[in-house]
Design a protein around this ligand. Structure first.
Ligand code: COI
Length: 355
């Protein structure tokens, strides 16, 4: 499918590269493509970034039939621009779409759209240390109709924005609070998808935690509230008595993170014993008390690798690794960001050149 391009005549304001707030400044162009039942996906186009016309009865506004993705484009020291594992995002969005009864976006058109849009706005890919162009593909139901069933029309859209660190702490350790009242996702639900509803469900507890000074909430499973799941903006991993342990994806309520998958592959190659399994909150707290919890960190596209320095649970705070970034966390950060920004060779074929 040929992508038609309409260039902007009004370039948008740009942030100061050394202080880019996450998700605030959007680049000049966006990609759009429509879906109509009986016709399929059609009219792929790049147009100036701007508001979308929406009917108040648009089904997404009422029933949340919408999914999204998050990936980044990186500028190398030589000035090239590359994506990191975009086909993983494309495949994950296909799984999210299936769960939400949204027609899958053809993978070849999706990849072409990512590359064409990023190449067109290549001068929006920042070059200051630790900055990148965050790419947000999303698809949502557009039928103007009230009634709970799948829409017959959809819009697939990709917007991009230059970003710095997701957390104001940067690579400094974050404080997280284990949430034992509210839940984010349940077995059989949408937890494994990237749908806005999962994030909406997390807001209330996250706001309370933020007011208490925590960066994020660490969610427990939605059935027994006994097992560690994820942080919402990140997956979590622990180094417990020398072994790497992370919550299993089997419950279907944890997001299959691409940085998670990357980290687990590297850790296995480095010779660590890696366990994807249920981790009870009791096991984690006991390990924090007896010193066998050696390191804790989060993984995510936006957050990359984020050390966890303190865990709060039921009125007590447990400090991990003296609130310092640990050696495994640091090695993962250096290796993954090294490959993403082209400082290290990419022996896995994870990067995809754009221009
Ligand atoms: C990402 O890591 O790309 C996400 O979508 C998380 C979001 C909270 C920014």
């Amino acid at each position: 499918m040929d992508i038609t391009i309409t260039r902007t005549s009004a370039p948008r304001p740009r942030p100061d590269e050394d202080h880019i707030p996450f998700g605030t400044f959007f680049s000049d162009h966006m990609f759009l493509m429509d879906y109509t039942a009986g016709k399929g996906w059609h009219d792929p186009r790049i147009v100036p970034y701007g508001p979308l016309p929406l009917e108040p009865s648009c089904m997404t506004l009422h029933y949340a039939q919408a999914v999204f993705e998050g990936l980044k484009a990186y500028r190398t020291a030589e000035g090239r621009v590359q994506l990191f594992r975009p086909t993983e995002n494309i495949a994950r969005m296909a799984r999210s779409c299936e769960k939400l009864c949204i027609p899958e976006v053809p993978a070849d058109v999706y990849l072409d759209a990512l590359k064409t849009l990023v190449e067109l706005d290549a001068d929006w890919v920042p070059s200051a240390p630790d900055t990148s162009l965050y790419i947000r593909p999303f698809v949502f139901a557009t039928d103007a109709h009230l009634g709970v069933h799948a829409s017959h029309t959809y819009l697939f859209c990709i917007i991009t924005c230059p970003v710095g660190s997701y957390y104001p702490e940067g690579l400094d350790p974050v404080h997280i609070a284990i949430e034992s009242r509210e839940v984010r996702a349940v077995r059989g639900g949408t937890g494994f998808t990237k749908c806005g509803g999962n994030y909406a469900a997390s807001l209330h507890a996250s706001e309370i935690a933020e007011k208490q000074g925590f960066s994020q909430v660490l969610w427990l499973d939605g059935v027994e509230q006994k097992y560690i799941e994820e942080v919402g903006s990140m997956n979590v991993m622990f180094k417990l008595a020398g072994k790497i342990v992370t919550p299993s994806l089997a419950s279907g309520s944890v997001l299959p993170g691409i940085t998670r998958k990357t980290a687990l592959q590297l850790l296995t190659e480095w010779g660590y014993e890696v366990q994807e399994r249920n981790i009870s909150v009791d096991e984690l707290i006991a390990a924090a008390q007896d010193g066998s919890l050696e390191e804790a960190w989060g993984t995510g596209t936006a957050a990359v690798i984020s050390p966890v320095g303190q865990i709060f649970y039921q009125g007590r705070t447990y400090t991990v690794n003296d609130f310092q970034i640990g050696p495994v966390t640091h090695r993962l950060y250096e290796t993954i960001t090294g490959i993403q920004w082209g400082r290290l060779p990419d022996s896995h074929g994870w990067t995809v050149p754009v221009c």
